[in-house]
Design a protein around this ligand. Sequence first.
Ligand SMILES: [Zn+2]
Length: 375
Amino acid sequence: MNDHIVGIRTYKYRLYPDEQQQAALDDILDVARWLYNRALDYRRKRWNESRHSVTYNEQAAMWRDWRNEQPEDNPLRLLNMSAGQQVLRRLDSAYREFLQGKRGKPRFKGWRFFNSVSYKPGDGAALRDGKLYVQNVGLLPVKWHRALPEGTLKNVIILRKASGWYVLLQLEVETEVPTTEPSEALPVGIDVGIRHALALSDGTVIDSPKYLKQSLKRVRVLQRRVARRRKGSKRREQAIQQLAKAQEHVANQRRDWWHKVTHWLVATYGLIVLEDLHLAFMLRNGNLARAAHDVALGLFDELLSYKANQAGVQLVKVNPSNTSQICSGCGWLVPKDLSVRVHQCHNPACGFTVDRDVNAALNILGLGWDASVRR
Ligand SMILES: [Zn+2]
């Protein structure tokens, strides 16, 4: 006896536009980006001039007017009306999240950073005879590498990546509860922390287990014992053997634990962003206290890459510089040394306060989010 819930799931397929169609799709993305930037510019100006917060409805009305000017040769008409509204909704929710302290200030987008446009099915885009119809582009061949399940089509998203063009079909489907796959799209940023083993952007912190700390303590005791004993003595030989055993035990425990953690991560999240650890190690260069920790993180990196790949979870690595110093709420630089455990923003308009590692994880997620859309 299972409960059912209705959820949205996303299915991604490769598109094969011809040259002319590719050019048309590029043009549509250009219009969408222009709209985003122009609408953002308007919001900023109104705010600076008169502290007026522009609403989505105001912007949608402006979009309608711009699009209806000189209808015969207006390039804005390449973009479907409601697809343009989706662009404005995207900007609107970016603003809301910014005001709630969940992300930095929305920025103008260069062409590399604007790679998707979303249609309502039947309004500018639709599935037709096994192909995808897009207004002003035509019928695009789709590679159906897996069958699209039964369900109600809610969104059609066209995506440009370095490797080519894709369509994301978002379906409302019934799934059984409990589900082992929560959401294909749930993203997370991970900071390999100072206070915690891992800190996640959703506020979850993961600490090394006590048994591992105890085993490490035993290793350190045995290391000192070896050092104290006379070279060549039988007792030193005994201590060396004890130490080797203890080190092996720690290595096994550590590997088991990281297996569990990485398994949980790929089962829980659909997009995982973390620091490029090679760069992170270089930035910390000289900090011996962290050397042992870094060995363990190398293992984490290896296991996570392997499991993410197997589970089809996207893994994005970003440059870690400054991720701990920048406020993830407003973008201000808030310098703090290693002893400061809580991020407290100095910006009077922000004041975002959170665990320092969670703040870093939020910044890491932000960087990776941009990078993953860009691909
Ligand atoms: Zn702030």
